[in-house]
Each structure stands twice: as C-alpha cells, then as structure tokens.
Design a protein around this ligand. Structure first.
Ligand code: ADP
Ligand code: MG
Ligand code: MG
Length: 251
C-alpha cells in the first residue's frame, strides 16, 4: 500500500543529504514503527511524505496504492488517503473545530470527485465518532486546538483521523513532548482505528509508546537509512542495549 523505494532526500538549497536510500513497504492492516537516534532522518521522512517545503527528492519513489505521492499537492495526498499527525498540532484561532473537520472532509470528497456531505449527515457522523472516542461536544465547538491541553490536542488529532478515514496514517511522535497519559491516548486511538484496510507508520523515539501500540514490524533508522527491521522484540532490544550496539552490529 505505502511503498517507499530507494528514497534520497537533500535539504533544499543546501548540499546536505538527509535520507540516503530508504526502502519501506507498509501493507494494509499493518502497523510499522520506525525508531532511531536523534537526527537520523525520521521526521524528514514524514515531512517529505506530507509534501512540506524545504526538501528535495533526488532519487527514489514513494507511492500510495500505486500512485506517486511525491508529485501530489498536499490536498491530493489527503484525498489519496494519507493522514499525517505531528507532535505539535497547529492552532487555528477563529476556526471552529466542526467547521475545520467539515472543510477537510469536503476537500477530500471534492478531490475524489464526490459531492459535499450534507450538514446533517456530517453532524451525525462526527457526533458518533466523537462519542466512540469519548470526546465531549464542547471540544467540537471550540476553535481548532486553541487553548487545548496536550491531551486534548491528541484526542482531537485522533478525531480528525477517525473522521477522514485514511488509508495510511503516519504519526511522528518523536522527541518526548508526550506525557504518559497523552501517549496512552494516542495508542488507544490508533488501536481503535486499526483496520484491515488501513496501515500505520508510527515514528517514535521511545520504545514505551510501542508497549501500547504493539507494532507488526519495527524498523531502525540511522543516518538516513533503515539499518534493521524486525518484530516488536527489536524495539525492546534497542531499549535495553541502545542504538550504539546495533550500529556496530550492522557496520
Ligand atoms: P529525526 O527525526 O530522526 O531526529 P530529522 O529528520 O529531524 O531526524 O533530522 C535529520 C537530519 O537533518 C538532522 O541532522 C537535522 O539537523 C537535519 N535537518 C532536518 N531538517 C532540517 C532543516 N530544515 N534545516 C537544517 N537541518 C535539517
Ligand atoms: Mg529529532
Ligand atoms: Mg524527529
């Protein structure tokens, strides 16, 4: 489903290569995790997949269901079924959460050549999903993420995910920031959305997130490459022995 082949990425305008040949396939129904030391290129991978400016792909490909993501605008990526969650969700003053969600759903529908969802159908759908995720109605009315606690932002992100029903979710939760409660929230949200038709790529610096989201496959990234892949045990091994041993072993 998500297929990344030999992906090489430079920093735009600089002679610096960050990703040096990433190969990764995430199948439908599977949760893949990427771990790795700071600065290894994990976030860069998620930024490039999201279409953020500032990076230049020099080689390789990234496709979702056979369609090249790298040629798409951000909205097209969302329409193709890609969802990206970052550690610090943006605050949008003046835009109510409901309005934001409905705009996102309709943008996705438009890009797919579908009609807009009716106001009543939308309301019904969001209320059902919010209820299932134990999100109170008050949060739906407030401006997007403004004044939300860390936990509320995470809850809101999971709601966005539930509403957009993506094929492929990429979560970059690196470099702390998440307290234990927020981590559990993300994990239970991800677990509730695990589905045979949906894949997840969970990027994390810490093994403990993977106690709650038990991945099918764990990849270790170092210096712009995936240096080792394995089962959930690989995350535990890294937690115990650190990355240095692994790097030495691979070298
Ligand atoms: P990780 O998420 O694994 O910690 P990053 O993808 O954030 O790694 O960073 C990989 C490398 O690229 C680091 O050396 C980082 O300093 C560098 N880098 C990434 N983005 C930028 C940028 N916009 N400007 C300068 N350096 C960058
Ligand atoms: Mg980092
Ligand atoms: Mg990072």
């Amino acid at each position: 489903m998500l297929e990344i082949k030999n992906l090489h990425v430079d920093l735009e305008g600089e002679d610096k290569t960050i990703l040096k040949g990433v190969d990764l396939t995430v199948e439908a129904g599977k949760v893949h995790a990427i771990m790795g030391p700071n600065g290894s290129g994990k976030s860069t991978l998620s930024y490039v997949l999201s279409g953020r400016d500032g990076y230049r792909v020099t080689e390789g490909s990234a496709t979702l269901d056979g369609k090249s993501l790298l040629d798409m605008e951000t909205e097209e990526r969302a329409a193709a079924g890609l969802f990206l969650a970052f550690q610090y969700p943006v605050e949008i003053p003046g835009v109510g959460n409901m309005t934001f969600l409905r705009t996102a759903v309709n943008a996705q529908r438009k890009a797919r050549g579908q009609d807009e969802i009716s106001a009543s159908d939308f309301l019904k759908m969001v209320r059902e999903k919010a209820k299932a995720l134990e999100i109170d109605a008050d949060m739906l009315k407030r401006p997007v993420n403004v004044g939300f606690s860390g936990g509320e932002k995470k809850r809101n992100e999971i709601l966005q995910m539930a509403v957009l029903e993506p094929r492929m979710c990429i979560l970059d939760e690196t470099d702390s920031g998440l307290d234990v409660d927020a981590m559990k929230l993300v994990a239970s949200g991800v677990n509730s959305l695990r589905d045979a038709g949906r894949g997840f790529l969970v990027i994390t610096h810490y093994q403990r997130l993977l106690d709650h989201i038990v991945p099918d496959v764990v990849h270790i990234m170092s210096q712009g490459r995936i240096i080792k892949s394995g089962g959930p045990d690989l995350a535990l091994e890294v937690e115990k022995n650190g990355y240095a041993d692994l790097k030495a072993e691979v070298a």
